[in-house]
Unconditional design. Sequence first.
Length: 356
Amino acid sequence: MEQTPLFQLNLMLWLVWPALPASASIRPIFREDGFTLRGIGWAFALPLEVRARAEKADLPLKVRASPDLLLDHRQRKLLLPIECKVNSFGPNASGESRTHPALQAAALLAADGPSVADYLGLTEAAQWQAYLLYAVGGGAEEAMQGTLTELGHRLQAAHIEPVPAGALGIHLRDDGIYLQPAPGARIPVTALQAPPPNGVRVMEWEEDDDPRPLYLLPWDPSIGPADDYERRVLEERVRSALASLIGRRLDEPAFEVTLDEVLQEAVEVWEMWRDRQAVAGFQRAVRRYVRQVLNRLSKMGLNVQIRQDTLVFDLVTPDIARKVRSYLSSAAFRRGELDLWSEDAQLGFDSLAEGW
């Protein structure tokens, strides 16, 4: 299996998330060390002084830093932004590029603990520290560490003190996933302080197992289009959420289901997702699927109206409830014959509100 940014992101999530599935052989090294998840894709602006110094030194960086994950350790007052990359990259942004990953890395290095803590509204902001962690594909960690070191030197030359940073390689081996810090990286996580020569195993598997953990975040539009696996996972989550939320209320003559309920049921980390653009793209995809389900249900006689992002079901008779339950438990629905991704599906459902 080739690593993807979403695979890496979900692996990092499982290492801090408090609710491990019973079947998972995962060692949550961040959580066992006292870290908690503060947010996914949470952007914060760099201080004006930092931006002014960078501009004066002609040092390119983003004015808003947005790590893939932001962890915190409240007792140690330590912020741990994590960025996931399949490959390493060099410190030089090409031409006028605004998307080169070095610009993001420079911004994250310039985002010190007190300024980020103040932006997030944390108490005693001046006492907080930050450590930047880059998780990359196995074998790329040494080159990534070199890039972080070089960018740190450039920031210092611009009179901007960089936060300490380290690179972490994600190695997929026959018996599991191992994390290997780059040589010289001093990552402030106990399990990674003095790791074995081949790294720390954080997930076990047998020879024929799929190395991908159950995805907490099935798709992130900010990363790019979903691959076949990610589409399948997202469709299954939305189908399961709809079947649960609608099916368990069919004994009531009238009931409501909100889009937010669907999203929270489908995505366990939904309330931690702070990237507004990614969230909006995810919502559009889910709405597309819900539209198609509602179209099918309306043909069975189920009356549905849309009010903002609330689905209002009424006039539910026992016969309609039986038909709908049968459909929601059918092989056709479970196989996902509805197309979550089609932009031009012919729905024929006229009562949907604007935005749906």
